[in-house]
Design a protein around this ligand. Structure first.
Ligand code: 4AD
Length: 466
């Protein structure tokens, strides 16, 4: 019976033993009486040597190996030996394999892009030795060839980190006894404003793709589920060609009942993100190192209890820094958010913070205004990593009359919200929650410069394939 192993598992103890591995041809050098093949499994590489003086390797075989295209999938069986000197060009420097039996499982056609070119850091390109001309691959070319691009060690690691982010989100909320729900994505109308919805035909009736699970997660609370969360697709027909907008992204949402104050929601966010950041450094230490090698980033600074800054105080900080045009009753521009992030970092030494008490005109109709007559602010918040928004959330209005009034104020046709508003008429529980953008969290945690790097097959205004 064949003993299948992985490059990662091979160490001194394996020397003298026979092993079988499946991997890709990362590169081959064949001339005359010998060939060296570098076998790759994910980000691991191993050198395999073939020599004609060995009775098991023939000249035609060396030729056959020399003709294998890069990226072909092969099965190799051979003896593990100690190399004469450590093989610096491979991830496994301790052993190499000799006199192997090779079987090609699937041949690759000629690849348009070298994995090594796709894996190089900007610094390595800039500091290339004089005899080497490294090519820089632009983002569109990478995305056009996404399957190859995803094979790089850094990309493999980014999506493992992404997977852990959703796992940690789920683990923390399940521990709090929240239940995971799946709200419909085919819905009758906009939930976050009418401009940016994908419209479609639903059996002859106008419909759209859900812009968020917002209205449905609130209805689940009215159905007495206590606390709910969802990890699912969110669709925005925004024609924004920026480094941080996608037309389809993954939303991490939760919604919960509130007993006394919406800071109860903020406490859950604190627990969620401290667990997440701690968990990532524990579970993804190796991936973080690999990503850092291609896309260097400073480790994230975060507090065990996050900073909560009130919007008016944030505006004051901006004014004091000379940004006089920041409007205390408007929303923050992307640029102002970034500047405020820097000011917060200088003053409080954290890359993660919560900005609360947003002005009433800057928030969606379902947001709870502060108590009192003619409130200017709301029980709402945004959360930032390195000065960019990853979360928005709030306490929601649970009074159906106030909800109707606020919808009308924003010019939203109340008839379209009939079944939503009615769900608050049978006795409504005070509640709040938030929506987290998964790709944003991964991008900003890793200090990546573009959200397309943290979306496996990004959908933006110009891209629908692959
Ligand atoms: O700020 P948004 O639109 O808020 C909502 O959807 C509310 N229903 C949330 C709530 O509970 N109040 O979206 C929430 C998060 C943003 O903070 C951002 O991280 C991400 O979703 N996001 C996007 N990510 C990628 N591309 C886009 N076009 C995004 N729009 C929002």
């Amino acid at each position: 019976e064949t003993m299948w192993t992985n490059i990662e598992e091979l160490d001194e103890r394996c020397i003298g033993k026979t092993a079988t591995l499946r991997g890709r041809v990362h590169s081959v050098r064949a001339k005359g009486k010998g060939a060296f093949l570098i076998l790759r499994q994910g980000s691991e590489t191993l050198q395999v040597a073939f020599f004609v003086d060995d009775v098991r390797v023939s000249k035609p075989m060396v030729k056959y190996i020399g003709n294998l295209n890069k990226e072909s999938v092969v099965d190799i069986t051979g003896e593990l030996v100690k190399p004469e000197q450590p093989i610096e060009s491979c991830s496994n420097t301790i052993v190499e394999m000799t006199c192997p039996k090779i079987f090609c499982v699937s041949r690759s056609i000629q690849i348009p892009l070298e994995i090594s070119d796709l894996s190089r850091s900007e610094a390595d390109i800039d500091n290339a030795p004089e005899d080497k001309q490294y090519s820089r691959v632009n983002q569109d070319t990478r995305l056009d060839n996404r399957i190859l691009d995803l094979r790089t060690p850094a990309n493999n690691s980014i999506f493992r980190v992404q997977s852990e982010v959703s796992a940690l989100f789920r683990e923390t909320l399940r521990k709090r006894d929240m239940i995971e729900i799946h709200s419909p994505k085919l819905i009758s109308g906009a939930s976050e404003g009418g401009a940016s919805v994908f419209k479609l035909d639903y059996m002859g009736q106008p419909a759209c793709l859900a812009q968020s699970p917002q209205l449905y997660k609130q209805m689940a609370i009215m159905a007495d589920f206590g606390g709910v969360f969802e990890i699912g697709p969110v669709f925005r027909a925004e024609n924004s060609n920026t480094h941080r907008h996608l037309c389809e992204f993954t939303g991490l949402d939760f919604e919960m009942t509130i007993k006394e104050h919406y800071s109860e929601v903020l406490d859950v966010i604190d627990e969620l993100f401290v667990n997440m950041f701690d968990g990532l450094s524990e579970r993804c230490a190796k991936q973080l190192e690999v990503i850092n090698a291609q896309y260097p980033f400073a480790p994230l600074k975060y507090l065990r209890k996050s900073l909560r800054l009130e919007f008016p105080d944030g505006i004051k900080m901006l004014h004091e820094a000379g940004i006089t045009e920041a409007d205390p009753h408007g929303d923050l521009s992307t640029e102002h958010e970034r500047i405020l992030g820097k000011l917060v970092k200088e003053k409080y030494d954290t890359d993660f913070y919560i900005l609360t008490r947003y002005p009433i005109e800057a928030r969606p109709f379902y947001t709870m205004p502060e108590p009192g007559a003619n409130p200017e602010y709301t029980n709402s918040f945004d959360v930032f990593i390195r000065g960019e928004e990853i979360i928005s959330g709030a306490q929601r209005i649970h009074d159906p009359e106030l909800l109707t009034e606020r919808a009308k104020h924003f010019g939203i046709p109340v008839e379209e919200l009939e079944s939503y508003i009615r769900s608050f008429r049978y006795g409504a529980l005070p509640h709040g929650g938030c929506g987290v953008g998964l790709e944003r969290v991964v991008m900003l945690y890793l200090g990546l410069n573009n959200i397309r790097k943290s979306s496996m097959f990004p959908r933006d205004p110009k891209r629908l394939t692959p």
